[in-house]
Design a protein around this ligand. Structure first.
Ligand code: K7E
Ligand code: CUA
Length: 681
């Protein structure tokens, strides 16, 4: 027994050494060209000195398998080098967006969106950030300080990510945010005026003219009351089309509109592209119109909403709907234009396709030819053909649902059904004619071969399962590199797993989620799991992965006195040499600058009861020379990036001595970057 074990170890060590040498050599050969181009002057001779003698000993001591070694080589990004891809992940009920580099899986940034984020000074007093957050409040008494982000959408030009903007929805409150990728900051939050929840957002049309926000749990439109007994009559679903103005970088609320939908629970949407551009597809569940009530002996939602074998894929002629809305054929809900269900039926804007069963995800192939949907309770993924959908619409001759919406014949529009496994959810695409679908119940990612124009890109039979990769555990969305654009990359795929269970050290009953990086570069059944990234905030849902070189954010703000709220110089911004404190009755206005390592002025003396307006400009031009500004007791925390100006206001209700200090460790004399606010009683 002992002998056998030793032999086995000996055999393994030899195998590891072979593989390590092979892999490292291949790695260095392939990298040395790139490195020479990128940084010829910085070579330290590491390549020419060859392999570290103890590499195989390290691998053996750490019990690394050959696969581990290859995975390590594929994910390691040496110090000072940058990742090839950037992933924007939703932050779930953290209300934020995470920015992660691939293949290293390093967290680069958390962008404050719907939830205040103190490091960025997001929602801690600055006029700019408070105005954006407050714009997302609904009318009424209540203040909302969080969101549930689900689906980030990078802006696109001709169906390809262009690296300019990012959109994301807040499922909890039916809000949409716009993030400018010049400074990675949120610029706008819009509250949907007709719905309390959403889910099918955000998705963009191929040139980002429109941002799609589909609803979820039906309710009377416009936050009205109606009894659940009136569900079929008074409750409604919706989809909203937000007009995006690329020049201003904002959604144009006044040019936007919504469509009333039946009270089925709309789930996810996707915009048509290429051949299907101008159409939008949203699926739904609970076409049973179950209203729950487990406590009164009614079937619970989970059973009531799963009785039928089919739900409805909503097929929306968006181009035509835009014309109908522009012609004013709308009703108003909370002052917002809505195309009524009757108008949609009369104008031929909306069709249904039966889809199996309790679907969760509709994804359009890169060329726009096929709509892929997966019923959570059906082991198949189902593929509809856009061409057949158009033919069926032209044919007429429909059955209708109880609201008069035409239902296309399932068999007439079906292209293929592929048995993948248990609990299929979401689909992404690559450059090899494959699609990838997450299988929640069996914790795998299935790779399958597309047909039609994609058939010649791969060796396998069209519309067939090719291979599976186990993931850990309970995968929700998957994100492939540029995997929902017109030209996916086919390099990496990240599996966004809901449960980590045993994958990481136990950190108490609330565990991180697990992002797993998978190499999908080689065709055939084999994919390789490369890396587990615990993500201890969230919970994330969808993510999008863009090539790193498509992003070109600013290193510092373009000019001193820059106001990120308007992406321009603010004429009120304090400038060096013009710092001052001006009293006007009970109002005190302060113009302050920040530079390493002092604020000017360092003393601010006011009276209790004064109203204070305080401007600060960081006059630095050096890359990364950010200053923080924290004012304890008044809930003020700013992050002032080089060139940035910010303003905050407060009533000096508390007397005392308040040391305001720089909260970013900016310099050797950072601790001295402080001042006193003296509030006289
Ligand atoms: Cu599947 Cu909101 Cu897209 Cu989560 S959703 S998984
Ligand atoms: Cu400025 Cu620390």
């Amino acid at each position: 027994m002992n002998l056998f074990k030793k032999q086995n170890n000996f055999y393994r060590a030899g195998w590891i050494t072979f593989l390590l040498v092979f892999a490292l050599t291949a790695f260095f050969i392939s990298c040395s060209d790139q490195q020479q181009e990128a940084a010829p002057a910085e070579s330290d001779g590491g390549v020419s000195t060859g392999l570290p003698a103890d590499a195989s000993a390290i691998a053996a001591a750490r019990n690394l398998t050959p696969d581990d070694i290859v995975a390590a080589l594929k994910t390691y990004v040496p110090t000072g080098q940058h990742d090839d891809y950037i992933m924007f992940s939703s932050g779930g009920h953290a209300g934020q967006v995470f920015v992660i580099g691939l293949p290293s899986m390093r967290l680069l940034k958390t962008i404050g969106v719907f939830t205040p984020e103190p490091w960025q000074g997001w929602g801690y007093g600055s006029e700019e950030t408070m105005a954006i957050l407050n714009n997302g409040q609904a009318d009424g008494e209540q203040t909302v300080m969080w969101g549930d982000t689900h689906h980030p959408a990078l802006s696109e030009t001709a169906g390809d990510y262009d690296g300019q903007y990012l959109f994301i929805n807040d499922k909890a409150h039916a809000r949409v945010a716009v993030i400018d990728l010049r400074d990675f900051e949120t610029k706008q939050i819009i509250k949907n005026p007709i719905a309390i929840n959403d889910h099918g957002g955000t998705f963009v049309t191929p040139d980002t003219d429109w941002v799609i926000e589909g609803g979820q749990y039906a309710a009377p439109l416009g936050w009205e009351y109606a009894s659940l007994d009136e569900y079929a009559e008074d409750y409604r679903g919706m989809v909203t089309f937000w007009k995006f103005d690329r020049d201003s970088g904002r959604i144009d609320y006044d040019a936007s509109f919504a469509m009333e939908l039946p009270p089925y629970w709309q789930d996810l949407c996707d915009a048509g592209k290429r051949v299907s551009e101008g159409w939008v597809f949203c699926n739904s569940f609970n076409t049973e119109m179950a209203t729950g009530g487990i406590e009164s002996g009614e079937p619970p939602f989970e059973a009531g909403a799963s009785q039928r074998d089919m739900d409805y894929l909503h097929v929306i002629n968006m181009d035509k709907a835009i014309g109908v809305a522009a012609a004013g054929q709308t009703i108003e809900v909370n002052g917002f234009p809505v195309i009524s269900l009757d108008t949609s039926v009369a104008e031929g804007l909306l069709y249904f396709i039966p889809e199996p069963k309790s679907p969760h995800g509709v994804d359009i192939t890169p060329g726009g030819e096929y709509m892929v949907i997966s019923g959570k309770l059906d082991p198949h993924t189902t593929v509809f053909s856009f061409e057949k959908i158009q033919a069926a619409i032209a044919d007429g001759n429909f059955e209708t649902d109880q609201y008069g919406v035409p239902i296309l014949d399932f068999d007439a529009v079906l292209e293929a059904q592929i048995e993948l496994g248990l609990g299929p959810l979401h689909t992404q695409f690559d450059d090899k004619g494959y699609a990838y679908t997450s299988l929640f119940l069996e914790s795998t990612v299935a790779r399958w071969a597309l047909g039609g124009p994609y058939g010649e890109m791969h060796e396998e039979e069209d519309w067939s399962l090719v291979g599976k990769q186990s993931v850990h555990y309970n995968v929700g969305h998957i994100a492939a590199a540029e995997g929902d654009t017109v030209s996916p990359d086919g390099t990496y795929l990240v599996s966004l797993n809901k449960w980590a269970v045993d994958r990481f050290a136990n950190v108490g009953p609330l565990l991180p989620q697990n992002f797993q990086l998978i190499d999908i570069g080689s065709p055939g059944e084999q994919m390789q799991l490369l890396y587990d990234m615990p993500i201890g905030v969230g919970e994330p849902h969808y993510a999008q992965i863009i090539k790193g070189d498509k992003l070109s954010p600013w290193e510092v703000y373009p000019e001193i006195g820059w106001d990120p709220g308007i992406q321009a110089v603010n004429p009120e911004a304090p400038m060096s040499g013009e710092e001052k404190v001006v009293r006007n009755g009970n109002e005190v206005e302060i113009w302050m600058t920040a530079v390493r390592s002092h604020f000017t002025p360092e003393h601010v003396e006011i009276n209790q009861g004064d109203h204070v307006i305080w401007h600060i400009t960081n006059v630095e031009r050096a890359y990364d020379a950010t200053h923080g500004f924290s004012l304890p007791g008044y809930n003020i925390q700013l992050s002032l990036e080089p060139g940035e100006t910010a303003t905050f206001e407060f009533d000096a209700t508390e007397d005392g001595v308040f040391s305001y200090y720089c909260s970013e460790f900016c310099s050797a004399l950072h601790l001295e970057m402080v001042g006193y606010l003296l509030v006289k009683p």
